[in-house]
Design a binder for this molecule. Structure first.
Ligand SMILES: *[C@@H]1O[C@H](CO)[C@@H](O)[C@H](O)[C@H]1NC(C)=O
Ligand SMILES: *[C@@H]1O[C@H](CO)[C@@H](O)[C@H](O)[C@H]1NC(C)=O
Ligand SMILES: *[C@@H]1O[C@H](CO)[C@@H](O)[C@H](O)[C@H]1NC(C)=O
Ligand SMILES: *[C@@H]1O[C@H](CO)[C@@H](O)[C@H](O)[C@H]1NC(C)=O
Ligand SMILES: *[C@@H]1O[C@H](CO)[C@@H](O)[C@H](O)[C@H]1NC(C)=O
Ligand SMILES: *[C@@H]1O[C@H](CO)[C@@H](O)[C@H](O)[C@H]1NC(C)=O
Ligand SMILES: *[C@@H]1O[C@H](CO)[C@@H](O)[C@H](O)[C@H]1NC(C)=O
Ligand SMILES: *[C@@H]1O[C@H](CO)[C@@H](O)[C@H](O)[C@H]1NC(C)=O
Ligand SMILES: *[C@@H]1O[C@H](CO)[C@@H](O)[C@H](O)[C@H]1NC(C)=O
Length: 316
């Protein structure tokens, strides 16, 4: 399809609804300009993913781009994941007002995450994982529709975001494999919709906050490879939805709660390896009947392995 200039568009459709057409075609043109600026900030495109991004094609047929099917054809989807793109993430993406999905993971994008992405009210999924992004995590509190924020596998520094930096109904946060420091903020768990929290392989220290128990829908909590200290946080036992707990390679100590397994009936993966835990392995572990992976290696545990463990049919 040939790209239609705003003027032509207006002439053709004036009879029907001039107001809507003026509004929509100029909106689509703004999207086109934002995307061209994005392209300008890409210095190497080894798989020629952006070859179709030229004036011979309508913006809605550019590779990786999808538009709303309704009249205004605004860009709602941009997926250039895994294309080996080198360059930076242009702040112009913040002008794609209707964008819902932004997938730029698995590239070689450097520089900072543009603050302008925090203006995208319709954004649902944002994946910038596995690039070489630097600087701090910008604020996203106004992205009220954001469900998944994937920033893992970059060179990000600074603190773990709090509820003030994030949207209120976030489902998944992946900031693993960065260089984040400081503690896990207790206010993060004001986001009670949180189901997936990946903060593993950073430089995070301090204790796991009591408030984690407020995240009643948490299913996956990975915090291995940090500098966490203190005891096994008891309030974790209040999160019966938990399926994955990975706290390996930290400085956690003390005894494990005796009712561990009976409190967490949905537990499938339980990793506490390479910590300083002492005491006995709680026999209640066998009450978590879905367990298929248990890693308690390299601790200071004593006593016997409870024979009830043999009841775990899924254990591999
Ligand atoms: C424009 O995109 C088309 C693919 O849709 C491609 O065949 C053509 O070579 C591109 N033109 C330029 C100048 O890159
Ligand atoms: C975004 O759009 C505004 C106008 O709405 C414009 O002033 C600004 O230059 C645009 N920014 C980028 C980075 O494209
Ligand atoms: C990032 O890379 C890690 C390690 O290779 C991988 O497990 C993860 O799925 C990747 N994330 C994304 C969103 O591509
Ligand atoms: C969020 O919206 C408020 C009100 O419109 C504004 O004052 C604030 O600067 C926005 N924050 C960001 C990070 O966009
Ligand atoms: C973290 O910072 C250290 C020291 O500045 C550096 O050597 C390392 O490469 C960084 N790691 C990541 C994933 O950015
Ligand atoms: C968020 O959490 C902090 C600390 O856990 C608490 O003091 C604060 O009142 C909470 N805010 C809201 C709005 O729930
Ligand atoms: C679990 O939640 C109940 C109330 O919902 C609370 O009274 C109790 O203290 C919590 N237990 C832990 C260990 O946080
Ligand atoms: C845990 O398993 C034991 C048998 O190993 C059983 O006697 C006990 O009732 C179970 N507890 C719960 C809370 O399911
Ligand atoms: C390991 O346990 C023994 C007692 O069983 C205790 O004396 C020792 O301090 C513990 N070591 C660590 C590193 O916790």
């Amino acid at each position: 399809m040939k790209f239609i200039e705003p003027g032509q568009f207006l002439l053709v459709f004036l009879v029907c609804s001039a107001h809507v057409v003026i509004h929509s075609s100029s909106g689509n043109e703004a999207d086109r300009l934002s995307l061209l600026e994005f392209k300008n900030a890409i210095t190497l495109d080894p798989q020629q993913a952006l070859m179709s991004w030229n004036d011979s094609n309508h913006v809605c047929s550019w590779e990786g781009v999808k538009c709303r099917v309704k009249a205004s054809h605004r860009v709602i989807y941009l997926n250039l994941g895994g294309q080996g793109l080198v360059g930076t993430v242009s702040p112009s993406l913040g002008n794609l007002t209707f964008l819902r999905y932004l997938f730029l993971q698995e590239n070689l994008l450097a520089g900072q995450i543009p603050l302008s992405l925090g203006h995208l009210h319709h954004l649902k999924y944002l994946y910038l994982s596995n690039n070489t992004l630097q600087g701090e995590i910008p604020d996203f509190p106004n992205c009220s529709n954001l469900k998944m924020l994937g920033l893992g596998g970059n060179h990000l520094v600074g603190q773990v975001p709090t509820d003030a930096n994030l949207p209120p109904s976030l489902y998944g946060l992946d900031i693993s494999n960065n260089n984040l420091t400081g503690t896990i903020p207790s206010s993060l768990f004001n986001i009670t919709t949180l189901a997936e929290l990946f903060i593993q392989h950073n430089q995070i220290n301090g204790e796991i906050p009591r408030e984690i128990g407020k995240s009643r829908f948490l299913q996956e909590f990975s915090a291995s490879g940090n500098k966490l200290s203190g005891r096994f946080q008891q309030t974790i036992l209040n999160i019966s939805s938990l399926a994955i707990i990975d706290l390996g390679t930290n400085y956690l100590h003390g005894e494990l709660p005796s009712n561990l397994g009976s409190s967490l009936p949905n537990l499938q993966m339980f990793g506490l390896g390479n910590n300083l835990f002492g005491g006995h392995i709680p026999s209640s572990l066998a009450n978590a009947s879905k367990l298929f992976l248990v890693d308690l290696a390299r601790n200071n545990l004593t006593g016997v392995v409870p024979s009830s463990i043999g009841k775990l049919k899924e254990l591999s």
